[in-house]
Design a protein around this ligand. Structure first.
Ligand SMILES: Cc1cc2nc3c(=O)[nH]c(=O)nc-3n(C[C@H](O)[C@H](O)[C@H](O)COP(=O)(O)OP(=O)(O)OC[C@H]3O[C@@H](n4cnc5c(N)ncnc54)[C@H](O)[C@@H]3O)c2cc1C
Ligand SMILES: *[C@@H]1O[C@H](CO)[C@@H](O)[C@H](O)[C@H]1NC(C)=O
Ligand SMILES: *[C@@H]1O[C@H](CO)[C@@H](O)[C@H](O)[C@H]1NC(C)=O
Ligand SMILES: *[C@@H]1O[C@H](CO)[C@@H](O)[C@H](O)[C@H]1NC(C)=O
Ligand SMILES: *[C@@H]1O[C@H](CO)[C@@H](O)[C@H](O)[C@H]1NC(C)=O
Ligand SMILES: *[C@@H]1O[C@H](CO)[C@@H](O)[C@H](O)[C@H]1NC(C)=O
Ligand SMILES: *[C@@H]1O[C@H](CO)[C@@H](O)[C@H](O)[C@H]1NC(C)=O
Ligand SMILES: *[C@@H]1O[C@H](CO)[C@@H](O)[C@H](O)[C@H]1NC(C)=O
Ligand SMILES: *[C@@H]1O[C@H](CO)[C@@H](O)[C@H](O)[C@H]1NC(C)=O
Ligand SMILES: *[C@@H]1O[C@H](CO)[C@@H](O)[C@H](O)[C@H]1NC(C)=O
Length: 606
C-alpha cells in the first residue's frame, strides 16, 4: 500500500514482560486444557480472553506466527506505517493466489497475519461493521437471531471503546455515540491528523448530496453514504486483538497459556460421540521435520485460524470434500463437501490523479520525497504519539448502491444482503495509494480506492499437498461473474463524478499514468476493463470458507458454529460468515467472536 520504509533506529524494541508466553511446545507443563484455541488472531484472542475470565477454566492458545513485539514491531504499532506491516514481513504468511483468469492470469499476493493478533496486527485499521442487512441475513441463513443486527449490536459495543482523536479535536459530530461502546477492549477513533482534502470531500457531500450524502456514522447499521473513517486505534497506536485482549489477559491470568511459533498440523480423532467421530486432540510442530507434540481439550477445540488456515487444518485432518482430499492422498474421515468452498473477497482497484506540485499531500511521507519531514514525524510520534504517524492514510470512506433503475440489477438481480447494503465503496486519499501499481518517485497525487462490496464470484481454498507446512491453493476467483466486473466499472465512473464536483476545480489536474487511457474522451467501458484487469488486487478480506448454515446438509458449521458431522470442534473466525459483509470485516469478526464466546460459556455453564 505504501513504499516500504524502515523506521529509523530511534525505536527501542517494544518489549513486554509476558506471563505465560511459550515459544516451544516442550516448555508447556501440561498437555490437557479445557479449551484449545487454534490461532491467536482477531477472533481467537477474543474467545481465549473471554473463556479465561473464569479462573477455573484452563485455556491454551496455539499460534503459528511470531510475537508482536521486537524486530519491526513499530510497523505494527504506528498507524501510518500499517501498509508496511505485511509486506516482505516476518508478520505475514506470504501467500500468492493461483493465476486469476479475471486478471489476465496474474497471480497476486494474498496477505494474512502470521503474528500475535493475526491480521488485526497487520491490517489497515479501518473499523467498519457493515449494514444491518448483512447481519440480518446471517441470522436468516443460520436460523439464529443472535446474529441479527438488533442483537449483535450489544456485542459490537462490548468489543470497543471510543477514544478521542490525538489532535484533541472535538469529534462529537464525526460519529454517533449511541451506537458505540465506551468500555470494551478495542479502542476506535477518527483521524488525529486532518488532511488538506478533507474539506473538499465534505463539500462534495453537499454539492452532490443526492449521489454522495454525508452519513454521521456508517457503523450505525445504516451503512450508505460518506462518513468519517473510524480506525482500530487508541492513544495514537494500533489496537489489535493482541494488544486489546490477549496480552493484558496473558499478563495477569495463570489459567491462560499462549504458545507461539508452533503450527497445528491436524486434528486427531479421540473416539466418537452421539454416533459421529469426536476430535478433541490435535498435533503441532515447529518445522516440517521437528518432533510432533499433541494437546487435548477436555471440552472443545476452537479453530480460529482464519479463512485460509481453518479450512486448511480441517482438510489436513481428512475433514472436507473427499474427492479434493483424494487428490493429495488424504483419506477422508468426515464428509463435509463445502470446506474451503464459497471463498468471498472484495476486489480493489486504485485510481490516481495528479494534483498541483505545491499541494500538501501525504506523498511527502510516503514517496520518500522528504526524509527530514518523515524523520521529524516519526520523532513526534515517538515523543507523544501525535501527528501524521498517529493517523492512517485516509480520513473518509463511503458506501454506495447501484441505482434501482440500473440495467446491471435488471440483468443480474440484486444479491446484496438488502436495500441498506453496499454494492461498492469509494475512499479518498490525500496522496498516492495503490495495492498493485509501481510507485512514482516524485509528484503530488490524489487517490481513490474502488471496491466491489457485495461480490457474487466465489473462490476456493484447497490443499496442494498433504504437507501441513505447504501453502494451500488460494483462488479468490475475482471477476468470475460479469456482475462484479460491471459493479467495478460503475464504482470507477462514480469516483470520476465525485472529482468532477466544482469543489475540486483547479485541484484535480489529470488522471495519472494509464488511468488517462481508461478515462479518455473516446474511451469505452472496454478501456476501463483493461485498467481493472491489469491493476486489481485484493483488499485482503477472504471469508466464508467454512460457512455457517442452519439447514441440515448445508454449510460447514451450524448456527452455534460447531463443525457439522463430527463433535468436539467449533470454528470462530472470518470463515464462518455465510456471506462477506458489505464493508471491511474486522469489527464484524470481533462482534461474532464475542457472540460465540457467550455461546460457548452457555454450552458449558461457565
Ligand atoms: C494487510 C491487510 C489489511 C487489511 N485491512 C483491513 C482493514 O483496514 N479493515 C478491516 O476491517 N479488515 C482489514 N483486513 C482484514 C481483516 O484484518 C481480517 O479479515 C481479519 O483480521 C481476520 O480475522 P480472523 O480471526 O478470521 O483471522 P486472522 O486474524 O488472520 O487470525 C488467524 C490466525 O491463525 C493463525 N494460524 C493460521 N493457521 C494456523 C495453524 N495451522 N496453526 C496455528 N495458527 C494458525 C494465523 O497465523 C493468525 O494469527 C486486512 C487484512 C490484511 C492482511
Ligand atoms: C514471509 O517472508 C518473510 C521474509 O520476507 C519471513 O520473515 C517470514 O517468516 C515469512 N512467513 C512465513 C510464514 O514463512
Ligand atoms: C489464461 O490462461 C488460460 C488457461 O491457461 C488461457 O486459456 C487464457 O488464454 C489465458 N488468458 C490470458 C489473458 O492470457
Ligand atoms: C463537543 O461539541 C459538542 C457539540 O458542540 C458539545 O456538546 C460537547 O460538550 C463538546 N465536547 C467537549 C469535550 O468539549
Ligand atoms: C507532541 O510533540 C510535538 C513535537 O515534539 C509537539 O510539537 C506537540 O506540542 C506535542 N503534543 C502534545 C499534545 O504534547
Ligand atoms: C498514551 O501514550 C502516551 C505516550 O505518548 C503515554 O504517556 C500515556 O500513558 C498513554 N495513555 C494511555 C491512556 O495509555
Ligand atoms: C499532521 O501531522 C503533520 C506531521 O506530523 C503535522 O505537521 C501537521 O500539522 C498535522 N496536521 C494537522 C492538521 O494537525
Ligand atoms: C503446488 O505444488 C506444486 C508441486 O509440488 C508446486 O510446484 C507449486 O508451486 C505449488 N503451488 C503453490 C501455490 O504452492
Ligand atoms: C483515443 O484517442 C487516442 C489519441 O487521440 C488514441 O491514441 C486512442 O487509440 C483512441 N482510443 C480509442 C479507443 O479509440
Ligand atoms: C455429512 O455427511 C453426509 C454423509 O455421511 C453428507 O451427505 C452430508 O453432506 C454431510 N453434511 C454436510 C453438512 O455436508
Amino acid at each position: 500500500m505504501f513504499r516500504l520504509v524502515h523506521a529509523p533506529a530511534i525505536f527501542a524494541l517494544f518489549g513486554t514482560t509476558f506471563g505465560a508466553l511459550f515459544t516451544d511446545p516442550s516448555q508447556l507443563k501440561q498437555t490437557t486444557y479445557d479449551f484449545v484455541v487454534v490461532g491467536a488472531g482477531t477472533a481467537g484472542n477474543v474467545v481465549a480472553t473471554r473463556l479465561s475470565e473464569n479462573p477455573s477454566v484452563k485455556v491454551l492458545v496455539i499460534e503459528a506466527g511470531v510475537s508482536d513485539t521486537g524486530y519491526r514491531s513499530e510497523q505494527i504499532r504506528i498507524p501510518f506505517l500499517c501498509g508496511q506491516a505485511a509486506i516482505d514481513s516476518p508478520f505475514d504468511w506470504n501467500y500468492t493466489t493461483v493465476p486469476q483468469k479475471g486478471l489476465n492470469n496474474q497471480s497476486i499476493p494474498y496477505f494474512r497475519g502470521f503474528v500475535l493478533g493475526g491480521s488485526s496486527s497487520t491490517n489497515y485499521l479501518a473499523w467498519t461493521r457493515g449494514s444491518s442487512d448483512d447481519y440480518d441475513r446471517f441470522a436468516r441463513v443460520t436460523g439464529d437471531s443472535s446474529y441479527a443486527w438488533k442483537n449483535i449490536l450489544t456485542y459490537f459495543k462490548k468489543s470497543e471503546h471510543h477514544d478521542a482523536p490525538t489532535d484533541g479535536r472535538n469529534d462529537s459530530a464525526e460519529y454517533l455515540p449511541s451506537v458505540h461502546g465506551f468500555k470494551g477492549p478495542v479502542a476506535f477513533s477518527v483521524t488525529g491528523n486532518l488532511s488538506a482534502i478533507d474539506d473538499r470531500v465534505l463539500a462534495t457531500t453537499q454539492e452532490l448530496s443526492d449521489e454522495f450524502p454525508f452519513n454521521q456514522d456508517t457503523n450505525s447499521g445504516n451503512l450508505l453514504g460518506i462518513g468519517w473513517q473510524q480506525n482500530s486505534l487508541g492513544n495514537g497506536s494500533r489496537a489489535s486483538s493482541s494488544s486489546a485482549y490477549l496480552t493484558p489477559a496473558m499478563n495477569t491470568r495463570s489459567n491462560l497459556d499462549v504458545l507461539i511459533q508452533t503450527r497445528v498440523t491436524r486434528l486427531i480423532q479421540t473416539g466418537s460421540s452421539k454416533g459421529v467421530p469426536e476430535f478433541k486432540s490435535l498435533e503441532v510442530a515447529q518445522t516440517p521435520t521437528s518432533r510432533r507434540f499433541t494437546f487435548k481439550a477436555n471440552k472443545e477445540i476452537v479453530l480460529s485460524a482464519g479463512a485460509i488456515g481453518s479450512p486448511q487444518i480441517l482438510m489436513l485432518s481428512g475433514i472436507g470434500n473427499a474427492a479434493d482430499l483424494a487428490k493429495v492422498g488424504i483419506k477422508s474421515t468426515v464428509s463435509l463437501p463445502e470446506v474451503g468452498k464459497n471463498l468471498q473477497d472484495h476486489p480493489l482497484v486504485s485510481t490516481q490523479w495528479v494534483v498541483p506540485d505545491d499541494a500538501p499531500t501525504r506523498d511527502t511521507f510516503t514517496l520518500g520525497e522528504d526524509p527530514a519531514a518523515e524523520n521529524a514525524a516519526l520523532a513526534q510520534w515517538n515523543a507523544n504519539h501525535t501527528g501524521i504517524m498517529s493517523a492512517v492514510l485516509g480520513n473518509h470512506m463511503g458506501f454506495f448502491r447501484l441505482p434501482e433503475s440500473s440495467p446491471i440489477l435488471a440483468k443480474y438481480g440484486d444479491q446484496s444482503a438488502g436495500p441498506g447494503s453496499a454494492h461498492y465503496e469509494l475512499a479518498w486519499i490525500n496522496g498516492y495509494m495503490t495495492v498493485s501499481q509501481p510507485f512514482p518517485t516524485s509528484g503530488k497525487y490524489f487517490s481513490n480506492i474502488n471496491v466491489v462490496n457485495s461480490p457474487t464470484s466465489r473462490g476456493t481454498v484447497v490443499l496442494n499437498s498433504s504437507d501441513p507446512f505447504a501453502a494451500p491453493l488460494i483462488d479468490p476467483n475475482f471477476y468470475d461473474t460479469d456482475f462484479d466486473l460491471q459493479v467495478m466499472i460503475e464504482a470507477i465512473k462514480a469516483s470520476v463524478r465525485f472529482v468532477n464536483a466544482k469543489v475540486w476545480d483547479g485541484y484535480i489536474l489529470q488522471p495519472y499514468a494509464d488511468l488517462a487511457a481508461a478515462l479518455a474522451p473516446n474511451a469505452t467501458d472496454a478501456d476501463i476493463v483493461t485498467y481493472i484487469r491489469k491493476w486489481t488486487g485484493s483488499i485482503k478480506h477472504p471469508m466464508s470458507t467454512a460457512a455457517a448454515n442452519g439447514a441440515k446438509g448445508k454449510g460447514v458449521v451450524g448456527a452455534d458454529l460447531t463443525v457439522k458431522n463430527l463433535s468436539g470442534v467449533r470454528i470462530v473466525d472470518g470463515s464462518v460468515f455465510p456471506f462477506i459483509p458489505s464493508a471491511h470485516p474486522q469489527a464484524g469478526i470481533y462482534g461474532i467472536a464475542e457472540v460465540a464466546s457467550d455461546k460457548i460459556k452457555a454450552a458449558y455453564h461457565l
